[in-house]
Design a binder for this molecule. Sequence first.
Ligand code: GLU
Length: 302
Amino acid sequence: MAVRKSAAGGYRGRFAPSPTGPLHLGSLVTALASWLDARAHGGQWLVRIEDIDTPRCVRGADHDILHTLERVGMTPDEPPVWQSRREPHYAEALRRLDAAGQLYPCGCSRKEIADSLVHVRERHQTLGYPGTCRHGLNGKLPRAWRVRVPDGPAALVCFDDRWQGRQCQNLETELGDFVLRRADGLWAYQLAVVVDDGLQGITHIVRGADLLDSTPRQIHLQHLLGLPTPAYLHVPVVVNPLGEKLSKQSGAQPIDTSAPLDALREAGAHLGLSNRAGTAQDWLARATDGWRERLSTLPASV
Ligand code: GLU
């Protein structure tokens, strides 16, 4: 896999929205944090539309998101890419992992996995996929492709998150072998995100804390594919008054593109940033300094 080197070892960040609806405050906070971090490091900022989970995608949401970003003054430094046009890369990565003996087909239905989990929980074993198909399909039809996770001490994956501090997950006991190609034929987010971050030479990932527990899986895949591990920063997710993550499902309103400064102010407040600039552009410039200061107060500042 040809990995694109970042310019002179420089910073390359990205915002990777799934086009399931227009940007709302929660996704604007993530976009803003990744944009500010790239600017604060004098780096590049890319946008990647993660549209491989086609049943969840909404027609036109991709262009709507790009338009909103532009309206608030965050324009990507390279033309955006769409994951739906990059499937050959995911297929190649899957072939490589298969050739290296890291994959196996899985014929278990969700119900079978749930039933066997009840059983293994009683025996205090793994909380995730119990590895039923590791040693063969036992006459079942292959449905999904799973990647093996290491056993024993090697299963513990740790990383230092720049905002959240040190994070560890045991892939064997907390998760089990995970799906890279789904039973419905779609590519799993975990595979596509790792392949694209690698190919695009992403050095720094800034995203919502709802993805914290995906990161160890992604680090495992990076190791298997010989890709570098970027620096990670997970910002707290924005919640509604009921404590639910802001999303289209929990009733989040689209960003009002006629008032970009207000949108930035509101998003900035969630990151602990405020300033008195009178235009969106000035606000972003001042917030970049604010972000630098904010970083210096974080536990594991990089
Ligand atoms: N597409 C994912 C989402 O919208 C984000 C992926 C990422 O930043 O790694 O939740």
